[in-house]
Design a protein around this ligand. Sequence first.
Ligand code: ATP
Length: 389
Amino acid sequence: MNNQHSALTVSGLSKIYYGTTGGVQKAEFALENGTFFTLLGPSGCGKTTTLRCIAGLETPNTGAIRLGQTTFFDSATGEHIPLNRRNIGMVFQSYAIWPHLTVFENVAFPLRVGREKYTAAQVREMVERALSSVDLTGFEDRSATQLSGGQQQRVALARAIVKKPSLLLLDEPLSNLDALLRDEMRAELKALQGRLGVTTIYVTHDQAEALEMSDLIAVMNKGLIVQMGTPQDIYFRPANGFVASFMGSTNVLAATVDADVPEGAFGSVTLVGGRKIAARATRSLRAGEGIVVSIRPEDIGLAAAASGRASVNQMQGTVTAAGFLGHLIRYDIDVGGHILHASVGSHAVFERGATVSVEFAFDDALALVVDKNDNAADFARGRRNQVAA
Ligand SMILES: Nc1ncnc2c1ncn2[C@@H]1O[C@H](COP(=O)(O)OP(=O)(O)OP(=O)(O)O)[C@@H](O)[C@H]1O
């Protein structure tokens, strides 16, 4: 198959499980060769389903999947290449390595069961190369059960890349590792992917992992891709309240637009409870429209309570909780009807019950549309404030 490191195109991909509403709908993306692409979203949003369709483990209801010149699947023409002819490397959360086989035999497995026939010398060379890429040279004769979790995951990776796949699919491969090892493996995995230059699709619900590793991220919610962009796009220019709340800790407050605001301009909005603030419109907004405002805790400044009248985006509040995080203190501030979370340097210490002045720049208050998949009432009730911590 002449599709080594070819671009992947997925168009109109839908897979809804029979008798349910779960799955993925109308997924659409095109990846350049060598892209590290992440499907990011909460549990059940359709990430794994998308990955399984690309792998050939699920048959989509509609859509097309192409890798370079090769059509993996096309519902319009009925084309469907089975899993074992797609030349895809895969790693799952559960490493799925065989405990009764040595490290060498685990990695050699795809070479022994595939359609291609390799000589013993070729197998040895390919396995050695794969083991060396994951830093496991010398472990060939170990039984897989004599390995740590991190080493087992490296074996799974070596097995996934041993045939030089055209596409690498990774489904939460680091989630079984402890926090420290996970951080280490992130960087290693990204470096390995860069060296191999293989187009990679990574599934995770961990936004930090996605931001650190990806060239391109697709954020999914309830079966739909709700935004696709670089990590910077997604973090700084979220398409809607769902994306903002999912991408790290943020304050998400329900509000109503006071007067029409053109895209990119600042406008006055009224928060539930009646307080007016100024926020930047990420797209044009109409008077009376229900929106959400996102303000990141790190963009909120706290000072000892100022005397005199508070100005726009400056208000008085009461500290209701303070959590020491080392370099930062995370405060909950009651600003009259809303609890705002603020992360400030640990030099600024306020006691619980203290009255403080809370301030944020117009530019740091983003007026966002509500994801039409989401229930605006959830935001209004405050259930969705500060989603991912
Ligand atoms: N074989 C199946 N039969 C019926 N429904 C399914 C099946 N597999 C998944 N689903 C449903 O489809 C939806 C999407 O599942 P999927 O596994 O793709 O989500 P996910 O984003 O990968 O979630 P997670 O992070 O929890 O793995 C969910 O509602 C799930 O319950």
